[in-house]
Write a protein that binds this ligand. Sequence first.
Ligand code: CDP
Length: 786
Amino acid sequence: MTADHAYGPRARKEDARFIRGQGTYVDDITLPGMLYGAILRSPLAHARILSVDVTAALGHPMVEAVLTGADLARRGLAWMPTLTGDVQAVLATDKVRFQGQEVAFVVARDRYTARDALELITVEYESLPPVIDATTALDPGAPVVRDDIPGQAGNRIFDWAAGDRAATDATFAAADVTVGCDMIYPRSHPAPLETCGIVADMEAVSGRLTLWCTSQAPHAHRTLFAMVTGVPEHKLRIVSPDLGGGFGNKVPVYPGYLCAIAGSMVTGRPVKWVEDRSENLMSTTFARDYHMHGEIAATRDGRILGLRARVLADHGAFNAVAVPTRYPAGFFHIFTGSYDLQAAFCEVTGVYTNKAPGGVAYSCSFRITEAVYLVERLVDLLARELGLDPAQLRLRNLLQPEQFPYTCPTGWQYDSGDYPRALALALDIAGYDDLRREQADRRARGEYMGIGLSFFTEGVGAGPREHMDILGLGMADGADLRVHPTGKAVLAISVQTQGQGHETTFAQLVGHELGLSPDDVDVVHGDTDRTPFGLGTYGSRSTAVSGAAAVMAARKVRERARLVAAAMLEVAADDLEWTSGQWRVRGDPEQALGIAEIAMAAHSSLRLPAGVEGHLDASAVYNPPNLTFPFGAYICVTDVDPGTGEVRVRRFIAVDDCGVRINPMIVEGQLHRGLADGIGMALMQAIVFDQAGNCLGGSFMDYLLPTAMECPSFELGATVTPSPHHPVGAKGVGESATVGSPVAVVNSVVDALAPFGVVHADMPLTPASVWRAIQGRPLRPDLVRD
Ligand code: CDP
């Protein structure tokens, strides 16, 4: 096999169009006769709608239609199912339940008129007291957010638990030392560069509905849209063109999408709706918002015995989290982390509040970042309590390589790992002992330097379809591969890239299996008419599931090629072996055929063996037997100015193990992005509300994104522990760094502030928050109180 077929660093194919400004995003789509939609949103967090008067807006000469909740109700479209079986208002009919909720939709001949006409609509509201603080949502007498749900008395959505409560309590009772802490993982937002949008085109004569839509899961969305609109699924096509990032934001279905569909149905013309930045931040799905109490139990000499956690999950006004159905708290119960424990128990309660709905897996696999945050903060708290070095405490308790496959106390089976090796490498790259010496010297000089560690285990590649579904759709993915007569191939996949480089890495996967150059393999994605069914891209599941489907399809093609090659060479198929990207006759390697020659023969008049069809095409559907479990060891070095509370991230060392790396350059790019995410979350990001429910994070002036200025030059290291069950040993990686990095930053800042007696401070560690922590008056990050 030549280097061209091997896995390895390779520039992204898709960059050829991106760096020339030739990408095609939803907002680039323009159809003849297209109209533009705009949404009127609620200014109040909780209010009864008394009347909506659209007469003046309808009278505008450039306005083609105005839709209200009542109009949609007549069409059966006023409510839609969420991905987790709740219902969400498309346009409010009875009440508004969060600031920014959709109330009316104007369709006009241009975008500006649509926006202007919103001001011609008069809505009469009767203000209601809002539920803003999740910790009071369950109080008796709290206003009921969801009085539309028959039988819903309070704001409780679910109670869910995992692990063994009795065994855990017994472990805690017998332990020498227990440490506990309240911590908040604040509401954050995926904030992709491209906001959400759609062009809906309902053709009245054919009954076909085509949607160009910002979708991370086009096939699942097609099914959902078919169920909601009544358009038969075979007449519904979703095209998800180039996406300007997703990070989980484009997994849910939003009211704006259905408004545009209804607008197209009403006007008979295509309708485009693209939200602006504030709409995106204030009304589309958030992430996190977990209020956690965690406890850790250990022996006096630092052997971790057990973990306990109690979580209050703020799900906003509609339960629109995107998690597999059976797991209302996602995969949070992997909160036992990377350690060898006796027992663990966690319980999670979900509540409604008057805030935007959601709860997506923003660059993590369904709540694993919250879980990692909890356990890694607790391990640091324990180290402080025991007077042990946090690296030594981790090394003492990490799972050992021989313990894999390892079943954790809450039931996950980790596939493979060599945790001590990864941590040792990170410590080595960091020069850990020198750093600790430097810290001591600086402290003596009154300088505050922090060293923060984290060790994480992710669980990606959802999922075994028997255990995991969304909307009743099992989480498996398909791949179709066609090899043309000249040996050029087209792979159609169900997942949808949002910038992760699938057009390159999936071509590498197929090229590697078939001895083809990745340049000779084109990857088709994001169009339900051209690709096989699958559940989409989130939770780093593309490589683990869809990538495996691509490999399985390629291996089927390779086997068919073997039979054709046997006919061509007039030998038995068993006499052929696959080496260096060709089928070769055993013992006579000069007799060899590559896929291109075989493909031509497979399409020719060559007499094929009985039972062998012509052509070189194959399909596969991959149902993963388990998640893959990437892991990593991170070390963050910070300098904190106690006068201003400013934190500077001086160094960030990240050792990741995602099994076999298909394209290490793309993997590193993914890690850089995730590390920047983590710095953003730890230091500057939270969607904050005031007591009236006004969202204070609705612009990039308030909700800050990290730039190169805030990030150091990342120092990466890698170990490779293949997944035993993935066909090429790969594990997902897209979100690893977002999972592992926030807590490393927080641990580092808390370490820097140790001389002030600070043991914990909630994210985001803004200068104000750090300064308040130093004063012993920590800030609550999610609410404006004073
Ligand atoms: O689902 P998503 O694409 O976000 O995440 P992923 O499957 O972890 O992949 C992110 C990117 O890294 C893709 O282009 C992968 O093919 C690539 N990757 C890789 O080259 N080697 C791995 N072991 C894992 C991912």
